[in-house]
Design a protein around this ligand. Structure first.
Ligand code: MN
Length: 285
C-alpha cells in the first residue's frame, strides 16, 4: 500500500501475492445515513486486533500472501467510482488473484462483478434483496446490486441469504432474485440455506458479497440501514466455510463507523475478511 495503514499481515508485493485486497471509500448513493466511506480505514485498523494464527484452520495468516493496493480514488458519480474499481481489480482478476474488497456502500460490488468472468456465481448476505431496476433515479444505487449482478452473471447465478426487508415490487415480477430469509435461517439453520444457494447457482466459482446489515444490528450496529432480526455472526462464518474451495473472492460493505463508537462492527468485518482468506488459504496447502 503506497501510503496509510495497510491491512494486518498484507505485506506481499503484487507479483508474489495470492490475494489482492483494496478499499473503496464510497457512500454517495446512501439513502438513510452515510459514513460507509470510513469503512476501509476502520476495517484495516481493526485487523490489528487478531492473532496471526487461525487456530481452528491450523493456518498462519501469511498464507495466503496478501497485497494491499490501498483505496481507489474517490469520486462522487457512481460511474466514475465504477471506472476506478474496474481499473484496480480488473488486472488482479486476470492474474488469478483471490479478491478482497473493503467498502464503502454495497454498490462497490457492481464494478467488481462486472470484472469477474461470467461463469462466476454471486452469493450475497444482506438484509435487503437489493434487486430494484433503479432506485432514487439511478440504476447504480446500493439498492440495485443484485439486479445488476443478475444482468452480468445470469439470474440463475445469483442468490441472497438473510433477507428480511423487501419491496413488494421486488417480488411481484417475473424474475425475482432468489433468496432465503433470515427468518427461515434462524428457524431451520444456515446449512440448509447455503445448500439451497449452492443448488440454485450454475457456476462452480463463487464470489461472496457481505452487506454487514445482513447480520443482526446487535452484532453490527455500525451500518447505514440497520434491520432487526438478522443473522448470527457464526452463521456467516459457517456459510463462508461451506462455499469452501469454490470461493474466488469476498467483499464486506456498508460498515459505517460513525454509528458505532464501540468499533465492534469493523472488528467483525475484519474477522470475516480473515475468514475468507483462511478458507482460501487452506486450499493453497
Ligand atoms: Mn443491505
Amino acid at each position: 500500500m503506497p501510503y496509510g495503514l495497510s491491512y494486518a499481515g498484507a505485506d506481499a508485493e503484487y507479483g508474489e501475492a495470492d490475494a489482492f485486497l483494496f478499499g473503496v471509500q464510497y457512500d454517495h448513493t446512501a439513502c438513510f445515513r452515510a459514513g460507509a466511506r470510513e469503512g476501509p480505514g476502520a476495517i484495516r485498523r481493526a485487523s490489528y486486533n487478531f492473532e496471526e494464527f487461525h487456530f481452528e484452520h491450523g493456518l498462519d495468516q501469511h498464507v495466503p500472501a496478501v497485497f494491499d493496493y490501498g483505496n481507489v480514488d474517490d469520486f462522487v458519480m457512481p460511474e466514475d467510482m465504477f471506472s476506478e474499481v474496474e481499473f484496480a481489480v480488473g488486472p488482479a482478476v486476470k492474474d488469478g488473484k483471490f479478491i478482497i474488497a473493503l467498502g464503502g456502500e454495497h454498490s462497490i460490488n457492481m464494478p467488481i462483478v462486472r470484472s469477474l468472468p461470467k461463469d462466476t456465481a454471486l452469493i450475497s448476505i444482506d438484509a435487503h434483496l437489493d434487486s430494484r431496476d433503479e432506485y432514487l433515479g439511478t440504476p447504480f444505487s446500493h439498492a440495485c446490486v443484485m439486479r445488476r449482478a443478475a444482468e452480468h452473471l445470469g439470474l440463475d447465478n445469483v442468490f441472497v441469504l438473510g433477507v428480511r426487508a423487501v419491496g413488494m415490487e421486488e417480488l411481484d415480477r417475473e424474475d425475482p432474485v432468489p433468496f432465503v430469509s433470515s427468518y427461515e435461517i434462524l428457524e431451520k439453520g444456515i446449512e440448509g440455506a447455503v445448500e439451497k444457494a449452492l443448488d440454485s447457482i450454475r457456476s462452480e466459482r463463487v464470489y461472496i458479497t457481505l452487506d454487514i446489515d445482513g447480520i443482526d444490528p446487535a452484532y453490527a450496529p455500525g451500518t447505514g440501514t440497520p434491520e432487526p432480526f438478522g443473522l448470527l455472526p457464526i452463521d456467516v462464518k459457517k456459510a463462508i466455510g461451506m462455499v469452501g474451495d469454490r470461493l474466488c473472492g469476498f467483499d464486506v460493505t456498508e460498515v459505517c463507523p460513525p454509528y458505532d463508537p464501540s468499533g465492534i462492527t469493523s472488528v467483525l468485518a475484519s474477522r470475516f475478511v480473515n475468514e475468507a482468506l483462511a478458507v482460501y488459504g487452506k486450499r493453497l496447502g
